[in-house]
Design a protein around this ligand. Structure first.
Ligand SMILES: [Zn+2]
Length: 85
């Protein structure tokens, strides 16, 4: 299977690693409860179907968002939100 790196183009899936679901990082630790940190770090929606995920291309070491159907593994898009290169 080929994954689309926004910087390098289509590459074999073995060149990529899953980073996680895009989510907002909580405020600094002094103001966040242990439960809120644990939820941020370990609880994922893990949806069945279309999902937006963060991936790392190990060849260029850049992260990007990929929208993928987790049932069919079809890649719908890849993008670098908030970044130009
Ligand atoms: Zn790349």
């Amino acid at each position: 299977m080929l994954f689309p790196c926004p910087f390098c183009g289509s590459r074999d899936e073995t060149e990529f690693t899953y980073v996680g679901e895009p989510k907002a990082r909580p405020e600094p630790a002094e103001t966040v409860s242990n439960e809120a940190w644990a939820e941020y770090l370990y609880v994922n929606a893990n949806p069945k179907g279309v999902a937006r995920e963060i991936w790392l291309h190990l060849t260029c070491m850049d992260m990007f968002a990929m929208t993928r159907d987790t049932v069919t593994n079809a890649v719908l898009s890849s993008e670098t939100p908030g970044r130009t290169r």
